[in-house]
Design a protein around this ligand. Structure first.
Ligand code: F0G
Length: 462
């Protein structure tokens, strides 16, 4: 008997589960009380009261047995530990950058970079700055300018690389303010605040060309560089036969440095780094690292954290993993689209972004429609998502408020944590909210801090 070769389109999780963590069910009555106590801010809920936690994909992933074994055999020496050298080697191998400065997470790398290079009156263009990046730029008195292509602000337009920067606008900005006022150009890969959209290699190259032409340093916010590499492989001509690591190396080869949160595509629960080529800048950054993070061979991480990142960076670039990762996010996106729900399309790598402006036209942007939907998902099904809208971005440096460009609810998928049935349940919760969308009402802010207010603001339903 001759058996036919087995072919399937089913993409299975490329791992099996050896350690499990119980999740807790609550009733809707309990959730109403819990949310009220949390000031109607999901950030202030206790994690134990959440059933499916999609607040972020940052530091929430499951580590592999290889990462854990590295952690057990780490070197915790204060200076020059073996764990640092393994970490440095992995970062250099993938990014090609000469200097590697470990930090406790991504924003610490941003703090060190921008405190060193940015000052009042400067402008830092990006496709879209992530909220912590923007906050660090502004904290140093500089302007954080978002120059994403127009398609990047249109949730329903289909474009393979909606994270691309508008290179004409970049050149116009340099012409307007002068290159001496631009200490760096940034590109966020993938463009998280713009909906997790990738940036094409062509665009990375074009931005790099402009940066070189005007002698401006070019830095990549590399948090999701592996996912971005996968999108280039599957969507950009000429890259289909390249491996993700080859693509990643090419991306970094066009830049002068990067900031990285290893809590994303470093597959770790904590950690990050600043990597760069310039010797003088590296020296200045290391001096500040000692002040704010720690000695430059651990910079805020334990030896075991550096071991987890050294292994995790390669695991994030594994083809089988990336195929599963991107497919499982698209699976959720497809279910919501089939139910008639507007999401940012095409579906991104780490999250599905629901367009709350489209779903809830009855709620004024200054009454926070995306916030309202986020709270509804918790009340209905114990799901914790995050608002990427006016509460997150609406507060201006002068204290005034204006509506954000988009009102999105992000369902961020932690890496290697939830199975297909969790995602099926989640889709049911979102669809249930959608069916009752006319019932949803806006919110107002009761109290909020002046920066990054979404993390700790307390709100009230209108
Ligand atoms: N840049 C991007 C694009 C990010 O998404 C994040 C974090 C950071 C920088 C800062 O890194 O958290 O390690 O300090 N994003 C998380 C999120 C918080 O939920 O998207 P960090």
């Amino acid at each position: 008997m001759e058996l036919k070769e087995f072919k399937t389109d089913t993409i299975i999780e490329p791992f099996r589960i050896r350690s499990v963590e119980p999740i807790r069910f609550t009733t809707m009555e309990q959730r109403k009380e819990l949310l009220k106590k949390a000031g109607y801010n999901p950030f202030l809920l206790k994690a134990k009261d959440v059933l499916i936690d999609l607040l972020t994909d940052s530091g929430t992933g499951a580590m592999s047995s290889q990462q854990w074994s590295g952690m057990i055999s780490s070197d915790e020496s204060y200076a020059g530990s073996e764990s640092f050298y393994r970490f440095e080697k992995a970062v250099q191998d993938i990014t090609g950058f000469k200097h590697v400065i470990p930090t406790h997470q991504g924003r610490a790398a941003e703090n060190i970079l921008f405190t060193t290079i940015a000052k009042k009156g400067d402008v830092i263009p990006s496709n879209t700055h992530f909220d912590t990046t923007r906050a660090h730029v502004e904290h140093n008195g500089a302007e954080a300018l978002d120059l994403v292509i127009d398609e990047g602000r249109q949730p329903l337009t289909i474009h393979p690389f909606k994270g691309n920067m508008n290179v004409e606008k970049l050149e116009a900005t340099i012409g307007r303010v002068g290159s001496e006022k631009i200490p760096a150009i940034m590109l966020t890969l993938t463009n998280n605040s713009g909906g997790g959209r990738p940036v094409s290699m062509e665009n990375v190259k074009a931005v790099s060309d402009v940066a070189r032409k005007f002698d401006i340093p070019f830095f990549i916010d590399a948090c999701r560089f592996a996912e971005n590499s996968w999108f280039i492989k599957t969507r950009e001509d000429g890259y289909e036969d390249k491996s993700p690591i080859e693509i990643a190396r090419e991306i970094f080869s066009y830049a002068d440095g990067c900031t990285m949160s290893a809590k994303k595509d470093g597959m770790a629960n904590i950690g990050g780094f600043l990597a760069l080529n310039d010797d003088q800048l590296a020296q200045d950054c290391r001096s500040l690292t000692i002040l704010t993070e720690g000695f430059p061979t651990y910079g805020g991480m334990a030896g075991y954290d550096m071991e987890a990142v050294a292994a995790g960076l390669y695991e994030a670039l594994d083809e089988g993993y990336l195929k599963y990762r991107i497919r499982s996010t698209a699976y959720l996106g497809d279910k919501l689209i089939d139910a008639g729900i507007s999401i940012v399309q095409p579906t991104g790598g780490h999250a599905v972004y629901i367009d709350a402006k489209e779903m809830l036209p009855q709620i004024d942007p200054l009454d926070y429609p995306a916030w309202s939907l986020t709270n509804a998902l918790y009340l209905i099904g114990g799901v914790r998502a995050v608002e990427i809208g006016t509460v997150m971005f609406g507060l201006q440096p002068d204290g005034s408020e204006k509506p954000a460009a988009m009102e999105l609810v992000r369902l961020a998928i932690p890496r290697r944590v939830y199975t297909q049935s969790h995602i099926d349940y989640l889709a049911e919760v979102v669809i249930h909210a959608f069916e009752q969308r006319e019932q949803l009402k806006g919110y107002e802010i009761d109290s909020a801090p002046k920066v990054l207010r979404h993390f700790s603001a307390r709100l009230k339903p209108l």
